[in-house]
Design a protein around this ligand. Structure first.
Ligand SMILES: [Mg+2]
Length: 262
C-alpha cells in the first residue's frame, strides 16, 4: 500500500484566483472540500497575490460565498508598507494601483504623492490598476526611470475570472513600468517567501506539515517548495508543464480523495 503524498499534513494553504474561485464564483467542489478539511481538524489559510484587497477584504468575500469557517487570509497588502520601510525607510511613494494599496502604504507611515509630483517620488509602487490612465503610467515610468525603486505585490500575468476569461494581471502593469524604466521590481507576494512564512505562522505549523494548493506553477508551487512546503497543483484543464508539485489534481473532489477525506 502506498503512502499518501499528503500523509502527516496538518494544514493547507490555498491560493484563491484560479483555484478556490474564479471571479465571484467558487470552483466546483471547493466549498465541500474546504469544509471537510476544516471538520477533519486541518488548519486552513488563504494566500492570494491580490493587489487590490487586504486580508480582511478577502475574508469578507470568503464568508459571503459560504466559507464561513475561514479565519486566515493574507494578501501582499498586509506587508507592502512594511517592506518599503525595511528597504528604504519612510518614503514618498508614487502609487500606480488601487486605492486599497495606497491606503495600506499610508497606514504604514509613508506619504503617497500625487502624480504631478512624480519627481519627488522615492519609491514607485505598482499594482493592478483598474483605473489606469496614460498620465499615471507616465508618472510611474518617469519616477522609476529617475531611480526610484519599483515595488509590486506580484508579477502574475493574468487574473482569472468567471467563464474561463481573464483580466490583465498585476504583472502586465509592472512590466510596462519596468520596460520603460529598466527597473527590476521588488516582488512582495508569491513566489517570494514572506507571505508563505506568515501563513505558516498563522497556522502554527512548520513548513513540512503544510501543503500549498494553487494553480500557478511559478507563484504557488515554486514559492511553496522554496520554503519547504509540499505543493499540489490545481489544474482543472490538465497540467501543461511538468511541475515540482507532489501531485496534480484536476478537481477539488480529487484533492479530497488525496487528503483521505472521501
Ligand atoms: Mg491563482
Amino acid at each position: 500500500m502506498s503512502v499518501s503524498p499528503l500523509a502527516g499534513a496538518r494544514g493547507f494553504v490555498f491560493d484563491l484566483d484560479g483555484c478556490v474561485w474564479n471571479g465571484n464564483q467558487l470552483n466546483p467542489g471547493a466549498l465541500e472540500t474546504l469544509a471537510a478539511l476544516d471538520r477533519a481538524g486541518q488548519g486552513i489559510a488563504f494566500l492570494t497575490n491580490n493587489s487590490r484587497a487586504t486580508g480582511a477584504d478577502v475574508l469578507g468575500r470568503l464568508h459571503e460565498l459560504g466559507v464561513t469557517f475561514a479565519r486566515h487570509a493574507l494578501t501582499p497588502l498586509e506587508i507592502i508598507g512594511q517592506v518599503i520601510t525595511e528597504r528604504w525607510g519612510r518614503s514618498r511613494v508614487l502609487v500606480m494601483g488601487a486605492d486599497e494599496m495606497a491606503a495600506v502604504i499610508v497606514a504604514a507611515g509613508h506619504e503617497v504623492i500625487e502624480i504631478e509630483r512624480w519627481r519627488e517620488a522615492s519609491v514607485v509602487a505598482v499594482g493592478n490598476d483598474f483605473d489606469l490612465t496614460y498620465e499615471r503610467l507616465t508618472a510611474a515610468c518617469r519616477a522609476a526611470a529617475r531611480g526610484a525603486p519599483l515595488i509590486t505585490p506580484n508579477v502574475d500575468p493574468r487574473l482569472p475570472i468567471e467563464g474561463g476569461d481573464f483580466l490583465p494581471g498585476c504583472g502586465a502593469f509592472v512590466s510596462a513600468v519596468a520596460v520603460v524604466s529598466f527597473a527590476v521590481p521588488v516582488v512582495v507576494g508569491k513566489p517570494e517567501p514572506p507571505l508563505f512564512l506568515m501563513a505558516l505562522d498563522r497556522l502554527g505549523l512548520p513548513a513540512s506539515a503544510a501543503v500549498m494548493v494553487g494553480d500557478s506553477l511559478k507563484s504557488d508551487i515554486g514559492g511553496a517548495v522554496a520554503v519547504g512546503m509540499r505543493a499540489v497543483l490545481y489544474a482543472p484543464d490538465g497540467a501543461r508543464e511538468s511541475a515540482p508539485a507532489i501531485a496534480v489534481v484536476r478537481s477539488f473532489a480529487e484533492l479530497a480523495r488525496l487528503a483521505g477525506l472521501a
